[in-house]
Design a protein around this ligand. Structure first.
Ligand SMILES: C[S@@+](CC[C@H](N)C(=O)[O-])C[C@H]1O[C@@H](n2cnc3c(N)ncnc32)[C@H](O)[C@@H]1O
Length: 292
């Protein structure tokens, strides 16, 4: 890694873990090796980030950067020397198990109440996190915090998990799954979660996704054998079991409207769609903070 991380935030307050995460993200932390693209970023997703960071740093000097979440691939980007890099995540279990950087560079807090000063960040990155915030009130609070902490001219770079306009039927996804047409759990989680969501405000409860899969195939061991999946990989879906956490998938237009029009405060700089399977639902958007 070529980055040099200076002056980590040492005296920042910490928040208790959010109760909604108790049955989900700590489990994900334990099962992190089973999570892969598109739920984790692929090399193709990192390229626009690397280019964007280099261009920003070329024009402005090393950035004050913030990662929303503890995604190791984002920590390991080739940050310019002198970058001040921090992360914010509300799940202590994820910080402890997944964050590869210095512990003092992470704040345990919620993205809708960020304990950082106004205009204190130049680049904010988030990989597959916007749908984890409730809609619409959580998203409005999230936007308001991004507007507050990102300095004028600064960037928000988000990889979204964003449904396309044609919603799939859950039964079709389950039938593809049982028929061997879905290559791994990462694809299944995304396709089924999006198919089961009736509206962004209602979102989809993870426990409900687990129950749909379990209803379709009660014997996971037999199914894993039939699909040719390692049993451990299929069983990673059990992190959804009994989880009351909800995902709130927003389509790209809604995200852009929120950030650029109402309430706004940002301009859309780029929208990149990767070429991998389901890539059309995993675009990376770059938003630039308008001058006040
Ligand atoms: C960045 S996201 C997505 C990671 C990966 N792309 C995936 O989908 O598995 C995951 C992290 O977000 C954190 N998180 C979710 N909602 C949050 C919120 N409102 N505030 C702070 N952290 C949050 C979780 O604790 C978790 O560590």
């Amino acid at each position: 890694m070529t980055s040099s991380i200076s002056d980590p935030a040492t005296a920042l307050p910490t928040w208790p873990d959010n109760p909604a995460d108790i049955s989900h993200w700590p489990e994900i932390a334990r099962l992190w090796s089973q999570v892969g693209p598109p739920l984790r970023p692929a090399a193709e997703d990192l390229l626009p980030l690397i280019q964007g960071i280099a261009a920003w740093a070329g024009a402005n000097g090393p950035p004050r950067a913030l990662i929303l979440g503890v995604t190791p691939e984002l920590y390991r980007l080739p940050w310019p020397t002198g970058t001040h890099l921090m992360a914010i995540d509300r799940t202590r279990g994820m910080i402890d198990a997944v964050w590869p950087g210095p512990r003092e560079a992470v704040i345990c807090a919620d993205w809708t109440a960020v304990p950082l000063p106004e205009s204190s960040r130049d680049i904010v990155l988030c990989d597959g996190g916007v749908h984890l915030v409730a809609h619409p009130h959580g998203h409005l609070a999230f936007l308001s915090e991004m507007k507050r902490i990102v300095a004028p001219g600064g960037l928000c770079v988000f990889r979204l998990f964003a449904p396309t306009s044609a919603r799939e039927e859950p039964d079709q996804v389950l039938s593809d799954f049982l028929g061997g047409a879905i290559p791994n759990l990462n694809i299944l989680k995304l396709r089924l979660g999006m198919a089961m969501q009736e509206s962004a405000s209602e979102g989809v409860e993870l426990g409900q996704v687990w129950r749909a899969i379990h209803h379709a195939a009660r014997d996971f061991e037999q199914l894993a054998g039939r699909l040719g999946w390692p049993l451990e990989h299929l069983l990673a879906i059990n992190s959804y079991r009994d989880s009351t956490a909800r995902y709130h998938f927003l389509d790209p237009d809604t995200v852009c409207r929120l950030f650029c029009q109402a309430p706004g405060g940002f301009e859309l700089v780029s929208f990149t769609t990767p070429t991998y399977l389901l890539g059309e639902r995993c675009p990376t958007i770059v938003l630039q903070r308008r001058n006040r």
